[in-house]
Design a protein around this ligand. Structure first.
Ligand SMILES: *[C@@H]1O[C@H](CO)[C@@H](O)[C@H](O)[C@H]1NC(C)=O
Ligand SMILES: *[C@@H]1O[C@H](CO)[C@@H](O)[C@H](O)[C@H]1NC(C)=O
Ligand SMILES: *[C@@H]1O[C@H](CO)[C@@H](O)[C@H](O)[C@H]1NC(C)=O
Ligand SMILES: [Zn+2]
Length: 566
């Protein structure tokens, strides 16, 4: 991949006006509510004034040549029950009440020092409300508050299929900023409100509801089904998912699971009467970098030319002056998102050509990158980011700071690695250290001996590689695509699909979920859930909600999907 300085790339306006009208339609798809990483940036209606004319060119051809094949629908074993779940009033009421009660029990956590005992009440609620499910399962409480439910299958040669969600939520913030009480679980006829309503008690309760209903109808799986619910996803899963992962590795072994489907965005996207679904098959990487600038103390009346604060400022400012070089490698799931749009939507010809050639033609690749960079959301799919998030140092007006610390957070793009970051930071820090005649220590290795002027210390505090990308050229993907087609085309929105199809594409998550702990269990990890509620729905902010219809789609889809694969 060719390296390119971002400053060469026109930021927006003139160039965009000239050549990218059609691309705005494409960005509309990318920026549409369905994409996890785009939450709280754009309201769903933002793009609707920009009509995207579309027609199906691909569906009648042989799918062999397509980069985004259309898979056959898969017949549901019990379609009527999914229809019933979606439309029966009594079921709806019960389902909403179950979700609402779950939202009413606070399970928020703060990074450190969380009060996990509040999960006891949540467990009691789940065990009472879903007694049939807990009775039928082998129940494991992992590290006290993690919940693993195992529904043992009769055929041990079938790999267990796992479904996950987390019990915890982020804190409610100031209730004054909410229109409704964050723990009301209020239902206004369309939506259920409250902290965790869409991230992700809706999924957790939805899975339990689908299993409850399956069991009521006499479900006896051949394939083992596992539900795993961590309790600190919002602070990186170190007590929940990481322990659950160890437990499952001991019980089943490495790469022993059929798949894991975790929380994610509502998969269903509608744009100018065209329909796409997206499941995230990859996550960006992560690196928290700690920097310490250590300089001798002393009286402020006789300072050095640069205090430790000045040195730190220079370092951060130089680092921020340039973005990382954008990169779109073939294994970046964003490429598949684009390919699906290019193959199924009617977009401008040259753009379509560029997208479909981007995986082998360097010039096309560069042009696609430029377009992605022009949008303040899509650019993060091809950029390693840096954000100086914490800085501390200095005590008194008359004392020189001796130890200034900072934390810089990074999200690593596909195709970049820890080295990309460490090399660049080390390069910049070497310059600053030399100018100030200071030492430099990177990850405990002394690169320049500390001097009387002090030293700069850099260390990776927490890091997580770019997640292994889930394959999409296999039967598991074809099965998901087929089930989603049946679910949306025939069961949920038959009126929308009279002469249309639902295309499933892979995609990327710029954040990380509990699945970071599950890589050893399977190569087939997906993030995304039935429904359409956008992540603009107050997730991590105020007035979080879920559409009741979205919630029912979780129950209705998983009821038949689990029945079908087990
Ligand atoms: C469902 O709840 C609504 C609102 O509370 C109520 O009006 C309706 O009668 C309920 N329907 C059933 C079938 O219980
Ligand atoms: C168990 O599953 C395997 C793999 O699909 C299949 O070949 C075998 O026939 C199944 N055994 C029974 C008893 O159904
Ligand atoms: C500098 O301060 C940080 C944060 O308080 C601390 O972890 C670190 O040990 C200090 N370094 C030295 C050399 O005192
Ligand atoms: Zn979540």
């Amino acid at each position: 991949m060719q390296e390119k300085d971002v400053s060469e790339i026109p930021a927006n306006n003139q160039r965009r006006e000239r050549s990218q009208l059609a691309f705005r339609g494409l960005l509309a798809v990318l920026a549409f509510c369905g994409f996890y990483q785009f939450f709280h940036l754009f309201p769903c209606t933002m793009w609707s004034e920009e009509p995207l004319s579309v027609s199906f060119s691909a569906s009648t051809d042989s799918t062999d040549e397509l980069l985004c094949p259309l898979y056959d629908k898969i017949e549901f074993k019990d379609p009527d029950t999914s229809v019933y779940i979606l439309h029966d009033d009594e079921f709806r009421n019960k389902s909403i009440s179950r979700l609402s009660k779950a939202v009413q029990i606070p399970t928020w956590i703060d990074d450190e020092g969380s009060d996990f005992t509040r999960f006891t009440k949540f467990h009691e609620y789940l065990e009472t409300e879903f007694q049939r499910v807990f009775d039928a399962a082998n129940v494991f409480k992992v590290n006290t508050y993690g919940i693993v439910l195992e529904f043992k299958g009769s055929n041990s040669s079938l790999k267990p299929a796992m479904f996950t969600a987390h019990q915890d939520t982020v804190p409610p913030g100031d209730p004054q900023n909410w229109d409704k009480d964050p723990f009301s679980g209020l239902y206004d006829g369309t939506r259920v409100y409250g902290r965790g309503a869409s991230d992700c008690k809706n999924l957790l309760i939805g899975l339990l509801e689908s299993m409850d209903y399956l069991l009521e109808k006499g479900f006896k799986p051949e394939r083992t089904i596992i539900f795993a619910f961590g309790f600190d996803e919002e602070s990186s899963g170190k007590y929940g998912a990481s322990h659950i992962s160890k437990f499952l590795l001991e019980r089943y072994g490495p790469k022993s699971l059929y798949h894991i489907i975790d929380e994610g965005f509502g998969v269903f996207m509608e744009l100018q009467n065209r329909y796409f679904a997206m499941l995230a098959t990859g996550e960006k990487g992560y690196l928290d970098l700690g920097i310490e600038v250590l300089q001798p103390g002393g009286h402020s009346s006789i300072p050095p030319d640069h205090t430790a604060i000045g040195t730190m400022s220079k370092l951060i400012s130089r680092y921020e002056d340039r973005l990382y070089d954008p990169i779109l490698v073939n294994f970046n799931p964003t490429l598949n998102t684009l390919q699906c749009i290019a193959e199924y939507a009617d977009i401008e010809k040259s753009l379509k050509r560029d997208i479909l050639r981007a995986h082998f033609d360097e010039k096309s690749n560069e042009r696609v990158i430029k377009l992605l960079l022009n949008n303040k959301i899509t650019k993060y799919n091809v950029l390693t980011t840096h954000a100086a998030d914490i800085i501390n140092g200095g005590d008194k007006a008359n004392a020189l700071p001796q130890n200034v610390t900072a934390l810089i957070n990074h999200r690593i793009a596909h195709g970049n690695g820890f080295d990309t970051i460490m090399d660049r930071v080390t390069g910049i820090a070497t310059g600053v250290a030399q100018e100030h005649r200071m030492g430099l220590i990177v990850d405990d290795e002394i690169l320049i001996e500390p001097t009387l002027a002090g030293s700069i210390k850099i260390k990776a505090l927490y890091k997580l590689a770019v997640a292994p990308v889930t394959p999409i050229n296999d039967e598991i993907w074809a099965s998901l695509a087929g089930h989603y087609r049946t679910f949306y085309e025939d069961i949920t929105y038959p009126e929308k699909f009279e002469d249309d199809v639902l295309v499933l594409s892979a995609g990327i998550m710029t954040g990380n979920t509990d699945t970071r702990h599950y890589w050893d269990l399977t190569d087939h990890i997906f993030r995304g859930q039935p429904g359409f509620t956008p992540m603009t729905s107050g997730v991590h902010g105020n007035n979080e909600y879920v559409d009741a219809d979205s919630h029912l789609q979780v129950v209705a889809f998983y009821y038949n999907y689990i029945l079908s694969i087990s």
